[in-house]
Every structure is written in C-alpha cells, then in structure tokens.
Design a protein around this ligand. Structure first.
Ligand SMILES: Cc1cc2nc3c(=O)[nH]c(=O)nc-3n(C[C@H](O)[C@H](O)[C@H](O)COP(=O)(O)OP(=O)(O)OC[C@H]3O[C@@H](n4cnc5c(N)ncnc54)[C@H](O)[C@@H]3O)c2cc1C
Length: 507
C-alpha cells in the first residue's frame, strides 16, 4: 500500500443542470440528489477527492439496475475520465476504470483480441463491471468478471492507493487479512464465514472463502470498500461467432435444448465435436407478448405462434460453421424441433445485431409499459423483477416455480434470461400499484425457495440501494452474514465514507 502521487482534487461541480444528468441510474429510482460531482483524471485525483469529502459515491456508466449508482447526497466521483488502455505482454491489458466495454472491445478487436465477461449492456464501464462482478450471457463458458481480473489499483477510504495482484495476498489460516497503511498503522480485515452458493455467477455482497485472495474482496464490493481506478485484465483471441434463433413450444423443450447444447459445448472444449456454444438465452411466450410487432419486423423474424418461446444461441466457430450448424440441427431434431433456426453467420454483424436487438426489445418494451402505467395508473408503479440463479440441473424446476408463484398471486409476468447459466429474470407486468406490492412479496417467496435449491436471488446485477435486494441478501446469508460484511466494511472504511447504504445499511 502506498500514498498516491500527490495531486490536487479536481473541482467539484455543483451546477444544477450538470448534476441533474447524474441523479439516477438505470433502476430509475426517483429522488437522487448529490453534493456535487467531480471527474478525476488520475488515481491521485480520486484519492484527493476521497480525502477531502465526507461521503463519496463512485460511478461508472450508471447502468446499475439496483439504485447503487443513484446518489443520496454524496459527492459523486465519475470515473469517465480514467480512460487509458495499454496492451501488456501475454494477452493482458491494463484498462482505466472509465473505459466502456464497447470501447475496450473495439481497441482489442484491432489486434484480434476479446474480453469475454460482457454483460448485455456494453456501455458499462470496466470499473462498474468489476465493482458488480458483472456477467453476461456467456458465463457458462467464461465465468463472470472475477475470473478475468489479474490486478487492481484501488483508492481506499483514507485516500491511500493499494495495488492488488492476484496471487500476492491470501487470507490467513485464522481468517483475516492484515493490511498496513502508509502511516504505519495496520488493520485486520476479517473474512466472513458464510458459504457462498455454488452457482455460475453471483453478485451478492462480499466474496468470502477460506484462504481467499485479497483481490476477490474488492471485486463485487459495489464501491463500498474502495474505488477501482484501473485494472489488469486477461483477454483471449477474438472468437468467430455465429448466432441462431430457435423457436421452442414449451419450457421443457427449451430446457431440453439448453441441456443438450451445454453437453455438446463441453464436449467441444475437450476437442470432441464442433458445437462450441458459449451462451443460450431464453425469452418465454409472455416475454415475447410484450414486444411490439415493429421489433420483430426490424429483426426480420416472424412472431412465433402463441405459447412458443425463443432461444438465442451463440456459437463459437472453431472447426467450420457447416460442421457446427449440422451438429446443432441434429440436437434440435433430437429435441423435437423441425423448423429451421434463423441464423446470422460469422461476419454477418448486422444480422447478429438484429437478433440481439430483438432480445433487447423485451426489457425495453416492458420498461415502456411500466412508464406508461406509472403515468396513467399510479406514480409509484415500478419495475419489479428478479435476478435469480439456480444450479443448472434445477433449471426446469425453477421455471415452474416462477410460473406457479406469479400465477398463484394472479400476476401478469414475463420470463427471460441467461438460461444456460440457470439465471433468469422473472418480471412482473404491473397493471396496478397493488401488483407491484404483490410482485415484491412473490419475488421474496421465490427467493427463499431458490436459496433452498442451492441457488441465489442475486446473480449478476448486485444489491445496490434497493430495499428488496438488500432483503434478498439477508435471505441468502442471514443477519449474521450481513453483520460479518459490516465488520469488513468497518475495518476498511470506519467512517462509512464510500458508497454508504449500498449493500446494507450502516446498522
Ligand atoms: C439494458 C441493461 C442490460 C444489463 N445486462 C446486464 C447483464 O447481462 N449482466 C450484468 O451483470 N449486468 C447487466 N446490467 C447491469 C449493469 O450494466 C451492470 O451492473 C454493470 O456492471 C454496471 O456498470 P456501470 O459502469 O454502469 O456501473 P454503475 O452503474 O455506475 O455502478 C454500479 C455500482 O458499482 C460502483 N462502482 C462503479 N464504478 C466503480 C469503481 N470504479 N470503483 C468502485 N465502485 C464502482 C457504484 O458505486 C455502484 O454501486 C444491465 C443493465 C442494463 C441497463
């Protein structure tokens, strides 16, 4: 640990018109307010801000779906000016926290390289994706951000700068980290004792495991333990990709296809077979029902018959697309699907984008419906959705659970998500404020049962400042687990300066 290079704090802007555009994140929770906003250009400037302010909130692209990037009176530290990208030897890259994923991918693509753990929204910044341990559709193959982070530069709550490299610092056998500040003072950070569920992705408070690496404490800590200013990331050769849209008659057919595709994929990674599937996403018939006809027209896809759902499959081409597609046809036939999938071949970026846009039309159409209900029916109507994950073998059971619970409460709903990870986003389609209240109760009920299945109610979006998600975190680890997280926070941020109220309240 070292004091950061001496730098003056950049100006803290307080102009109302400028502040206005930073008062909300993608969760659209009303009532955000901030003491000011600053745009530091270096770790030193971040540190100077942290030292001088009473409470700060680091933000990236504010694409959080949890209210975690909505300020509540802090000085907002925007990372958008931390934009250096440097290629390192050995398929590594050093990236400033404020680099958007799409920008990083463009830079890497020029050298035929790729950063795999990309959430659906590629405008998110590297710092934000590390802070939330973000994961995308291809987690089944590549894991979440955590797996790709080799080193971090982090400004701590006292303004000192820590360089954390994977493999350098492990927790002691007794279960703590001992950190020494530049002042000579040292701090003991206890490792929580809860057991994390064994699922493909998790963004549910602090990582904890016996003998864990210090870097993993910062990844997924949602800005509450330190501000990431730069990261060293591993990258891979840019894969050639093919995208296919498959129509399924039922949940069980969609689950059967996903099981078979995952099996083919794992065989291909062992060198057996050509069907290297990296992601399968599912939109059920109710999700497709909220999508307007124009979205299907733009994608060049006919709306499937009532009751049918769609699977969006990403295939990486290693031994020729003909082989891969032939093998996929065999899988589809074996699962009782005889209609040809809609396919965007490698290089057909426009075709692939059109299919991805159709997928994006699902949440976008639902958001439009919610905004309309907010205007017409009640101003407190809001998005009411889950981000649930189960061990993959319990996928079908989980789909039935979501349906039974919502239908038992008389709620309209839609299901979509990263089905190859067992990660779904059941969404209520609210017609009244009462639906929102009942929907939240239903999600809580579902969460308890998902935890009992060995899953988690917080897969990839994090916890943020959402009261419901903070309650789900308590369901997952209990009050004791939350108290153990508070002990970590108190050790590293005794004045509760960084992102206060994110993950859990102070007491
Ligand atoms: C359309 C859409 C699709 C999405 N799809 C996915 C998906 O597939 N998978 C997924 O995981 N997420 C998804 N998300 C959620 C969101 O994109 C991710 O959570 C993303 O990682 C947030 O990055 P950001 O830069 O916007 O961070 P922000 O929203 O600005 O911040 C998120 C949290 O991280 C903290 N933070 C931000 N930067 C830093 C930093 N440098 N240091 C420390 N803390 C920091 C903030 O304080 C806040 O608590 C989606 C969001 C949208 C709008």
């Amino acid at each position: 640990m070292r004091p950061p290079a001496a730098a003056d704090a950049p100006p803290i802007e307080t102009r109302a018109d400028l502040l206005q555009s930073f008062l909300s994140d993608a969760a659209h929770v009303p009532g955000g307010f901030a003491a000011g906003i600053a745009f530091p250009k270096s770790a030193g400037e971040v540190a100077a801000l942290v030292t001088s302010a009473r409470r700060v909130l680091p933000i990236g692209a504010q694409s959080s779906l949890t209210g975690g990037a909505t300020p509540r009176g802090e000085v907002v530290i925007s990372t958008r000016a931390l934009t250096d990208v440097t290629r390192l030897p050995g398929q590594m890259v050093r990236v400033g926290a404020g680099v958007a994923l799409a920008v990083l991918q463009r830079v890497l693509a020029a050298d035929a390289l790729y950063y795999p753990p990309v959430p659906t929204y590629d405008g998110a910044f590297i710092g934000g994706t590390i802070a939330t341990n973000a994961a995308g559709a291809a987690t089944f193959k590549y894991g979440s951000a955590r797996r790709w982070v080799e080193a971090l530069s982090v400004v701590l709550a006292d303004g000192s700068l820590i360089e954390v490299r994977r493999g350098d610092v492990a927790a002691s056998l007794e279960g703590w980290f001992e950190l020494e500040y530049p002042s000579g003072a040292s701090v003991r950070v206890p490792v929580p004792t809860y057991v994390m569920p064994a699922v493909a992705k998790l963004s549910a408070g602090y990582f904890a495991s016996p003998g864990m690496d210090l870097i993993d404490l910062f990844i997924g800590s949602e800005g509450t333990l330190g501000i990431v200013t730069a990261a060293t990331l591993r990258v891979i050769p840019l894969p050639r990709r093919c995208v296919a849209l498959v129509t399924c008659d039922s949940d069980s057919q969609a689950a059967a296809v996903t099981v078979a595709l995952r099996r083919e994929a794992t065989s291909s990674w062992r060198g057996e077979g050509a069907l290297d599937v990296s992601a399968v996403e599912f939109m059920d018939s109710r999700a497709l029902a909220v999508v307007v006809d124009e979205a299907f027209a733009r994608a060049g896809v006919a709306r499937p018959a009532r009751g049918a759902g769609l699977l969006l499959v990403q295939i990486e081409i290693t031994c020729g697309e003909d082989n891969a597609l032939r093998q996929m046809d065999a899988v589809l036939h074996a699962c009782g699907i005889h209609a040809d999938p809609v396919v965007a071949l490698p290089g057909d970026e426009r075709g692939a984008s059109r299919l991805f846009e159709l997928r994006e039309a699902v949440p976008a159409s639902l958001n439009t419906m919610i905004a309309a209900a907010k205007l017409r029916v009640h101003p407190d109507i809001e998005k009411t959705a889950g981000d649930l994950i189960v061990p993959f073998e319990r996928l079908e059971e989980s789909l039935a659970l979501y349906r039974e619970t919502f239908e038992g409460c008389g709620l309209e709903y839609a299901l979509w998500g990263h089905v190859s990870d067992g990660n779904m986003h059941p969404n209520v389609v609210p017609r009244s404020l009462e639906d929102v209240h009942r929907g939240k109760a239903a999600i809580l009920d579902i969460a308890r049962r998902v935890v009992a299945m060995g899953g988690a109610p917080l897969a990839e979006h994090g916890v943020g400042r959402s009261a419901l998600k903070q309650q789900l975190l308590r369901e997952l680890y209990g009050e004791r687990g939350i108290e153990e997280m508070r002990a970590v926070k108190r050790a590293l941020d005794p004045d509760w300066k960084l992102a206060p109220g994110v993950l859990f309240p102070e007491r």
